[in-house]
Design a protein around this ligand. Structure first.
Ligand SMILES: [Zn+2]
Length: 321
């Protein structure tokens, strides 16, 4: 549901500029900064690029029992898993868009390595790489970092995508997302940025105001298949898109981002075409966000600005690398 006429309603909120708060490069109280001690007494080494470790308070644990629970209508399964934390940079003050492409590439290298290593574990069937950016998205520490949750079962959102991609693959012997981006490139109404290996766009079905997606041009099931050049291209388009986000309201743009890719369940998944999605909540200013409430909780998402308007805004900026 798209209702752009709603943006004509009078708006009395104020448009706030980027806060002048300057974060230090190093924060002695930050448990992700190099050389600091975490709450459980572990010393974070003086890392120079990226750093990954098991979350001290992970939601998933490798020691959880596989036992199932069944009692009439009540059914539950034991869920084994591992939660990892990835520091993108030793510099506390940076965010992904502030980082150099070569440094973002090191984050991509780590994602690739973690997908392969965790995915090789017999009890791990799905790997969710994600980032919550900004306090608005519930991020408790401003140090640039993301997370990986690796687990036994395949989550609902992934099952939905697996199912639809498989239906399309079985019918057409072609990747649903490859055919989709080809149509989008031909239309050129929702494309935000492109490079030799990737396309960034506001998807036709976007629900969040500036929702965006990065899709590899090649039909790749997962990040382990990215070549060196593709990893470089991924880093470049990640930087490009997130820099554009920061320019929309002249603020460090909050979002949740995540990579959806083929399960690591030992099956081949020719239907899968991996991609990264961004769900940013801001709608009208650095402080006015979209609320998915009321009708959206009980019916369907509704947009106030069209996907084409969002794409036009995002692509209108000049990005300095
Ligand atoms: Zn820090």
């Amino acid at each position: 549901m798209v209702s752009p006429h709603r943006t004509k309603r009078p708006w009395q909120g104020k448009v706030e500029k980027r806060s002048d708060e300057v974060r230090p490069n190093y924060d002695p109280s930050c448990y992700l900064c190099p050389g600091n001690v975490r709450a459980n007494g572990t010393l974070t080494p003086k890392y120079e690029d990226t750093y990954v470790f098991d979350n001290d308070f992970g939601a998933l644990l490798p020691t959880t029992s596989d036992d199932a629970y069944k009692n009439g209508l009540l059914v539950a399964d034991g869920e084994k898993g591992i939660c990892r934390v990835i520091c993108f940079s030793p510099n506390h003050a940076l965010t992904l868009p502030d980082m150099k492409v070569n440094d973002i590439k090191k984050v991509v290298d780590l994602w690739q390595n973690e997908y392969a290593t965790l995915g090789a574990l017999p009890y791990i069937n799905h790997i969710q790489i994600f980032e919550n950016k900004g306090a608005t998205m519930g991020c408790s520490n401003p140090h640039p970092h993301g997370q990986i949750w690796a687990q036994k079962s395949i989550p609902q959102e992934v099952i939905k995508k697996s199912t639809q991609q498989k239906i399309y693959w079985d019918k057409n012997k072609s990747s649903l997302l490859k055919d989709y981006i080809e149509q989008e490139l031909a239309l050129d109404e929702r494309i935000v940025a492109t490079n030799e290996h990737f396309v960034a766009l506001v998807p036709f079905w976007a629900a969040w105001p500036y929702e965006a997606m990065i899709v590899p041009r090649r039909h790749l099931q997962n990040i382990s298949q990215f070549t060196e050049k593709e990893k470089q291209g991924f880093a470049a388009i990640l930087q490009n898109l997130t820099k554009r986000f920061d320019m929309v309201f002249d603020t460090s743009f909050p979002y949740s981002s995540g990579i959806h890719q083929s399960p690591t369940d030992g099956q081949t998944h020719p239907e899968w075409h991996c991609h990264m999605s961004f769900y940013p909540p801001l709608l009208r200013s650095a402080t006015i966000k979209k609320f998915m409430v009321g009708y959206e909780m009980f019916g369907n998402p509704q947009r106030d600005i069209t996907a084409e308007m969002a794409a036009d805004t995002l692509k209108s900026f000049e990005v300095k690398v």
